[in-house]
Design a protein around this ligand. Structure first.
Ligand code: MSP
Length: 721
């Protein structure tokens, strides 16, 4: 027999400065569901997760907690691992970046990149975002363009990675491997980021102690992202005495990440691998964010929900099902206790759970708990089953979990309807007892066999519930079952049912308040035990700064997008130099005053005023991709008076843009209108929503923004030159 095909999948490794919440659980649950299905299909699967434990952020958190970084990371890493175990997540390895196996191997990787001529020494002065652990191209004092938090000026001698050498190679690779970055929106973003030019990357720090020392130059530690990204190979024993796992499983088949870390995974990571002469992962898939109370769930926003709360009240399967069914994978999705309980009751308690209970209870009653022999099956159910199996498989493989489950619940609905229509519990006129028995046998066998198939398919999503139903069907341990071959008739007549019991008891009325109370208690407990330390204040400050960033951006028309645009201009001005602009050169206003911020020309003016002689060339202008787009959807953003959420059609794609124009335009007046957008702006987040581009508008003084438009009709997608 040939060796089974291998499948290696990974999650990001989570920072240990925050305790795990359901945002982290989301990624890990998705990976677990994929791993379980792959195993069920016979793949030799390796599923890796772990924790990212170095860097300034963690160093500071440990200091705030008054303990050594190692002790601090030991505690939080244990929490992550403990929670994953409690949820029954089937990772094969859990890597911690403070483990010797990782550190040694990262040092070898660094040395190899240096030996191959891709790492060299230089000096660097720039703004550093501690939260993102990344240098950012902004003026001193300006906030981070990605997360809006304050940045710090850092000046140091550094090692640099020759990222610029990979611009063309990366673009060629993306072109040749369309599956490498998914979904399409992320792929486009990454491609336009690389196309806009790659600068060499600083890959060491002297200002930080808590990290892996650079081999033979120990005053430097290795940049956290080089350290962290390497986990995907160090965990397999890359560079160790036993590289057998690395040889077997690398390259990864699927790397699942959240969308905010696409640049690190889709640009830096493949460039590091190319530099080392190693194969690249087959596919990196970025999912959207779990939003709670309208913004990304995160510790610093203080809007987290812990998985433990849901486990306590509804169980792990309810959370798994909700996340995979409710959120369209790749998009942002909202979490709420109401929606969770609603799904639980309608799809699980009343849907799958009820179908299994009523069918098995009738087999118990009418056939003494033994699966009856069927003379015929209901054509509608048994003939349709293969197509449900195929659809589920196809959608699941494409990571369309929501669609896969939606389709399967279609089958559940059909079987339920079939049972109700046949009503095997009722007397049917003067049918003889024997005929009645044959009739019931056909109906109940059909339902039970459909349940077997549904259960086998749903196992990767809800392993506990599936295991219960499987054993109630009398089929024993689902972990030992062959779930690959699901042809109709696999359930053998004569099988004795296992012990029956409820699978998804209906959620009690107070389920929502119970969960809310647990979260509140937990928040209070955390607050009470939180030391009054700089870290504590930092978190509070971070929230205030978050709020401010949103408020400022709403007080202007697209001011944050304008800030990104001025950043882009500054980058262009300094293109070619390895260091970002020095302080004296960059006293531009990162968040321009409202009067000057409503359009692209104003932004260019800003840069021009503050950058003496900094007229841009036609080539600089050509880098700004201005295009005609048509507004298809326009709606207000809750609790944001000035912001509208727009969906605009560019002819070749539709995208979401947030625009601070709500005071000047009603949403209805915008539908169908053709506008000019800056199409190649890096995405920004406002109120937890992603803005992909900027609408061009003009304004004077305190005047309201006026959208740019055309007198003649113009095709959507057309470029302005
Ligand atoms: N340590 C880096 C990743 C290094 S990978 C080599 C990091 N860690 S993190 O703790 O911030 O976790 C980021 C990941 O956690 C996201 O990419 C995503 O997978 C998951 N999520 C954290 N919060 C989330 C939401 N609110 N919603 C969805 N996923 C979330 O970045």
């Amino acid at each position: 027999m040939p060796d089974p095909e291998k499948f290696y999948l990974t999650t990001p490794i989570y920072y240990v400065n925050a305790r795990p919440h359901i945002g982290h659980a989301y990624t890990t649950i998705v990976a677990d569901a994929v791993a379980r299905r792959k195993r069920a299909l016979g793949f030799d699967t390796w599923f890796l997760t772990g924790t990212d434990e170095h860097g300034q952020k963690i160093e500071r958190s440990a200091k705030a907690a008054g303990i050594e970084p190692q002790e601090f990371t030991d505690r939080v890493a244990a929490e992550f691992r403990g929670l994953w175990d409690c949820m029954g997540l089937t990772y094969d390895d859990f890597i911690r970046t403070t483990e010797p196996r990782h550190k040694e191997s990262v040092q070898k990787f660094f040395t190899l990149l240096k030996e191959r001529g891709y790492i060299y020494k230089g000096s660097y002065t720039g703004q550093y975002c501690v939260f993102d652990e990344a240098y950012v191209d902004v003026a001193p004092g300006a906030p981070c363009p990605d997360c809006g938090r304050p940045t710090e000026t850092i000046s140091e001698e550094n090692y640099f990675f020759k990222l610029s050498a990979f611009e063309r190679k990366l673009l060629e690779f993306y072109e040749a491997n369309p599956e490498f970055i998914r979904p399409e929106t992320r792929r486009n973003e990454v491609i336009s980021f690389v196309r806009s030019g790659l600068k060499d990357l600083s890959v060491s720090r002297t200002s930080i102690k808590w990290g892996i020392p650079v081999p033979s130059d120990e005053k430097h530690v290795i940049y956290v992202w080089l350290d962290a990204l390497s986990n995907y190979i160090t965990a397999l024993g890359y560079g160790s005495n036993d590289p057998s796992k690395f040889e077997k499983y690398w390259p990864a088949d699927l790397q699942i990440i959240g969308k905010e870390i696409s640049r690190f995974h889709c640009v830096y990571w493949p460039a590091f691998l190319m530099a080392a002469g190693l194969p690249l992962p087959k596919s990196i898939v970025a999912h959207g964010w779990l939003l709670f109370e309208e913004s990304k769930m995160s510790k610093s926003r203080g809007n987290i929900v812990r998985a433990e709360t849901i486990l306590e009240v509804l169980g792990a399967d309810a959370l798994r099902y909700f996340l995979l069914r409710e959120i369209v994978f790749g998009n942002d999705g909202s979490f709420s206790f109401d929606a969770l309980v609603q799904r639980y009751n309608s799809d699980l308690a009343n849907g799958y759970g009820n179908l299994a209970s009523r069918t098995l209870a009738m087999i118990q009653k009418y056939f003494d708990g033994v699966i009856p022999e069927a003379a015929a099956c209901d054509v509608g159910i048994c003939q349709d089953a293969p197509s449900y199996i195929a659809t589920f498989g196809k959608e699941f493989e494409a990571l369309n979990f929501s669609k896969a489950l939606e389709s399967l619940w279609g089958l559940i609905g059909n079987v339920d309807g079939f049972l109700t229509a046949r009503a095997p519990w009722k007397a049917h006129g003067d049918v003889s007892e024997n005929d009645m028995r044959l009739f019931r046998a056909d109906v109940l066998y059909t339902a039970a066999e459909a349940i077997r198939i549904i259960t086998a398919l749903v196992y990767p999503v809800m392993p506990d519930a599936a295991a219960k139903v499987w054993s109630q069907l009398g089929l024993g341990d689902i972990k030992k079952a062959d779930l690959k071959n699901l042809t109709w008739g696999g359930l053998k007549a004569g099988t004795k049912l296992g012990e029956l019991g409820p699978v998804f008891p209906r959620a009690e009325k107070d389920a929502i308040t119970r969960m809310q109370d647990i979260e509140q208690q937990n928040a209070k407990a955390t607050e009470a035990t939180q030391p009054t330390t700089p870290e504590h204040h930092t978190s509070k400050l971070e929230s205030i700064v978050d709020g401010l960033a949103v408020a400022i951006s709403e007080s202007t028309s697209e001011s944050s997008a304008v800030a990104a645009f001025t950043d882009a201009i500054r980058n262009d001005i300094h293109a070619g130099s390895q260091t970002p602009p020095a302080a004296a050169e960059t006293q531009t206003t990162a968040v321009p005053a409202p009067a000057e911020t409503s359009g692209i020309a104003a932004a260019a003016g800003q840069a021009a005023v503050s950058q003496e002689n900094a007229k841009i060339t036609i080539d600089d202008f050509a880098k700004v991709e201005l295009r005609v787009a048509q507004i298809k959807v326009a709606e207000r953003v809750p609790k944001a008076d000035k912001l509208l959420r727009l969906e605009v059609d560019l002819g070749y794609e539709t995208r979401q843009i947030l625009a601070g124009i709500a005071e000047a335009y009603t949403p209805e007046s915008l539908i169908g209108r053709k506008v000019v957008i800056v199409a190649n702006l890096a995405p920004r987040k406002l109120r937890g929503l992603e803005s992909n581009g900027m609408i061009v508008a003009a304004s004077l003084g305190d005047g309201k923004p006026v959208l740019a438009g055309f007198l003649e009709d113009i095709e959507i997608g057309a470029r302005l030159k």
